[in-house]
Design a binder for this molecule. Structure first.
Ligand code: PRP
Ligand code: ZN
Length: 297
C-alpha cells in the first residue's frame, strides 16, 4: 500500500462531539469540503482530511492505521485500550479537549439505598463498557455479573436483565427518566485527541506536529482574556495585586502623562464584573476585557 501523504482524522459522524469537534478544527485553520455521502471530508487548505464514523470505531481505525488521529471520548478510548487484543497497537491520549464532559457512572434504581461498591456483590450490572467496569470492580474487590449491551443500557433494570447499570451521565436526564440514581463515578470523561504512541516521522508527522501546536494555542486562548487598563503609578501596586492569575503584566507609558501607565495582562480565565469593580476601586480606569482569538507561543 502506498503511504498516505495527507493526515486523516476520525471523528463522530453525528452526536454530541460532532459540532464542538468541527468548531475546534476550524479554529485550527482547517476547512473541509464535505463529500456527498458525508463519510469522507476533503481538507481544502491543509493536507488534512476527515473521516466521519461511529465514535466506538474511532480507536480501532487509528490502531489499524486507517486514520492518524481521532477525536473521541476518553471513555471510548480507555475502553478500547482495555479490551483490544495484545497484538493491537496501544494508543495515546495526545490532548484533552475540554468539551463533551461527562462521567462513566454506576447507577442504581432510585429506591435502592446505595452506600458503597460492596453492595454490588453478586448483582448483575448492564453496560457498554465491560472493560472499564471490570477493571473498577476488580479494584473495588467486588465480584458482580457484567451484562454487556450495545445500547439502551438504562432500561435493563426495568426489564429485569440487570440490577444496576454502568453508563455515561451528562445532564442526568436519562437516569431520571428511567427512575435511576447515580451511585458511583468510575471515570471523568471529555473529548480527547487520540493518536499513536509514536508520531510518524514523515510529512504527515510534520503536519501532525503543526496541528498539535495550533491546537495548544486554541485550547489555551479559549479561556484567556486580555485585560487592558490605565492606572497612575501610585495605585499600580494595589491594582496589580488584584489582577487574576496569569503571566506578569506589561506596562506601557502614556504619552504626555508621566504619572499614568497603561497595563496589559493576559488572564487565564473569565474576568467578572465583580473583579473589574474591585480593580477599579483600587485606582484603575478605562478598563477593557478582550477575548483572545489566536496565540502562538
Ligand atoms: C449517553 C448515555 C445515556 C446518555 C446520558 O449516550 O448512554 O444514554 O448519553 O446523557 P444525559 O445524562 O445527559 O441524559 P450518548 O447519547 O452519548 O450515545 P452513545 O453512548 O450511544 O454513543
Ligand atoms: Zn457511541
Amino acid at each position: 500500500m502506498k503511504p498516505r501523504d495527507r493526515l486523516r482524522i476520525a471523528m463522530q459522524k453525528s452526536g454530541r462531539l460532532t459540532e464542538p469537534a468541527l468548531d475546534m478544527l476550524t479554529r485550527c485553520g482547517l476547512t473541509f469540503r464535505q463529500s456527498r455521502d458525508k463519510l469522507f471530508c476533503f481538507g481544502e487548505g491543509e493536507p488534512v482530511d476527515l473521516l466521519l464514523v461511529r465514535d466506538d470505531d474511532i480507536p480501532g481505525l487509528i490502531a489499524q492505521g486507517v486514520c492518524d488521529l481521532g477525536i473521541v471520548g476518553r471513555n471510548v478510548l480507555n475502553e478500547f485500550q482495555l479490551t483490544a487484543g495484545l497484538e493491537t497497537e496501544p494508543l495515546a491520549e495526545l490532548r484533552s479537549l475540554g468539551f463533551g464532559r461527562c462521567r462513566l457512572s454506576i447507577a442504581v434504581p432510585q429506591e435502592l439505598d446505595y452506600q458503597e461498591p460492596r453492595q454490588l456483590e453478586g448483582r448483575r450490572i448492564a453496560t457498554s463498557y465491560p472493560g472499564l467496569l471490570g477493571e473498577w470492580l476488580r479494584t473495588q474487590g467486588v465480584s458482580a455479573g457484567v451484562v454487556t449491551l450495545t445500547g439502551s443500557v438504562e432500561i435493563a433494570p426495568k426489564l429485569g436483565t440487570a440490577d444496576a447499570i454502568c453508563d455515561l451521565v451528562q445532564s442526568g436526564g436519562t437516569l431520571v427518566a428511567n427512575q435511576l440514581r447515580e451511585a458511583d463515578v468510575l471515570l471523568e470523561s471529555e473529548a480527547v485527541l487520540a493518536g499513536p504512541l509514536t508520531l510518524p516521522v514523515d510529512e504527515r508527522g510534520d503536519m501532525l506536529e503543526l496541528l498539535l501546536k495550533r491546537l495548544d494555542g486554541v485550547i489555551q486562548v479559549r479561556e484567556s482574556r486580555l485585560l487592558l487598563l490605565q492606572t497612575s503609578r501610585h495605585t499600580l501596586e494595589a491594582v496589580t495585586r488584584l489582577l487574576p492569575g496569569g503571566p506578569q503584566p506589561t506596562l506601557l507609558a502614556v504619552a504626555g502623562q508621566p504619572d499614568q501607565l497603561m497595563l496589559q495582562a493576559l488572564c487565564a480565565g473569565e474576568v467578572s464584573w465583580r473583579q473589574l469593580e474591585e480593580i477599579k476601586k483600587a485606582g484603575a480606569r478605562e478598563m477593557f476585557v478582550l477575548p483572545v482569538e489566536k496565540m502562538l507561543a
